[in-house]
Design a protein around this ligand. Structure first.
Ligand SMILES: *Cc1c(COP(=O)(O)O)cnc(C)c1O
Length: 353
């Protein structure tokens, strides 16, 4: 079965052998305060930084999901409010979570075909955290490096947090331009679900210490204190941490991966522009995601197309949120091979050209 679902997505085939290695090396029952775990965790932290081009002085944390990161950031970095800029379901959900805990939080929605409207934003000075989604998995849009730079320059004194769940480990993100970046691993990392990585700048940690929020098992200060020793506040997903270490060891530098994905994205967009039964959901080329393509057609067509693909052993992504029924999505993730896209293209040419 070929899997083009944008999460949970195809895992690297090597994971199969790494699972056996984890068993053989005793990783599955190793104590999370013991030497074996700490050594693995220490190596993993340094590998994550090197492979993903994360600034040396940023702190790495492991959580169970991107959703958990939403909650950690609100509880541990805001006392009054955060400000959310979004154009799709994941960004909006993050805003809603924040609002439940900090009702004064504010949101600014923008159009699918527009760049993130940095010049229009009015973020009040008492805002503690500015939040946006770098790659909106629900509709296949992205916030460009240039927009991120403009946001960074406009709000230098405010912490900026970025949900990069469907782009981290795929794109060469300029992490220095924001304070917090996180992603769960079932997208571009090519790993099974149940783990997320979060990188925090020194000033984000400074702020967490200043706030001193310790009311939760996953309070950021407690996580920070444990991580000084490469440990977690609770028993972590040791197996997935091990798999991440093994997978990252094999991967090229992120610049190379970014270049390959960017080229392949251009080819896929050019390919999918030729059909008449369905069209690319995002018309503005500048804001099209490099890692998730969204295609729009009638509900009937989309339904039939997904079923037909399944019949040919190919899983396409369902639409999401408001686009659930009239779009389908195709992941452009590093674990998926060029040959697999060739097969996908043959399928579309055969039935829809
Ligand atoms: C998938 C996804 C999430 C949710 O990830 P979980 O691991 O289920 O918490 C959040 N944000 C974005 C942008 C996503 O693509």
């Amino acid at each position: 079965m070929l899997n083009f679902y944008p999460g949970p997505s195809k895992v690297y085939p090597e994971v199969r052998n790494y699972l056996v290695d984890a068993y053989d090396e005793g990783m599955l029952s190793t104590p999370h305060r013991g030497e074996q775990f700490v050594q693995m965790s220490r190596e993993l932290v340094s590998l994550v930084k090197r492979r993903l081009n994360i600034p040396q002085d940023y702190y790495i944390f492991f959580t169970s999901s991107a959703t958990e990161c939403w909650e950690i950031l609100t509880q541990s970095l805001t006392q009054h409010k955060s400000f959310h800029i979004y154009n799709g379901s994941f960004g909006e959900k993050w805003f809603q979570y924040a609002q439940k805990m900090r009702p004064k939080s504010e949101g600014h929605a923008f159009d699918l075909n527009s760049p993130m409207p940095v010049p229009e934003l009015e973020v009040s000075p008492d805002t503690e955290l500015i939040c946006f989604t770098q790659n909106e998995t629900s509709n296949g849009t992205q916030v460009t490096p240039n927009c991120i730079l403009n946001l960074h320059n406009k709000y230098r004194d405010t912490l900026i947090a970025v949900d990069a769940t469907s782009s981290m480990a795929g794109l060469n993100l300029k992490m220095i331009k924001a304070d917090i970046w996180y992603a769960s691993v079932q997208k571009c990392f090519g790993l099974p679900a149940g783990l997320a990585v979060m990188a925090c700048s020194p000033r984000a940690i400074f702020r967490a210490k200043q706030m001193g929020e310790r009311g939760h098992y996953n309070s950021l200060v407690s996580m920070y204190e444990k991580m000084l020793n490469y440990q977690t506040t609770h028993t972590p997903n040791v197996l997935n941490l091990y798999l991440m270490k093994r997978v990252l060891e094999d991967r090229p530098f992120i610049k190379t991966i970014d270049l390959e994905l960017t080229t392949r994205a251009q080819e896929l967009y050019a390919f999918f522009a030729q059909f008449t039964d369905f069209k690319l959901l995002v018309e503005n080329e500048d804001v099209r995601s490099k890692t998730v393509l969204a295609l729009q057609g009638s509900e009937k067509l989309v339904d039939e197309l997904k079923k037909r693909a399944l019949h040919h052993d190919m899983r396409l992504g369902n639409g999401y949120g408001p686009w659930a029924r009239n779009t389908f999505r195709i992941a452009n993730f590093p674990a998926i091979l060029d040959e697999e896209y060739e097969e996908l293209k043959r399928f579309f040419l055969h039935y829809y050209a």
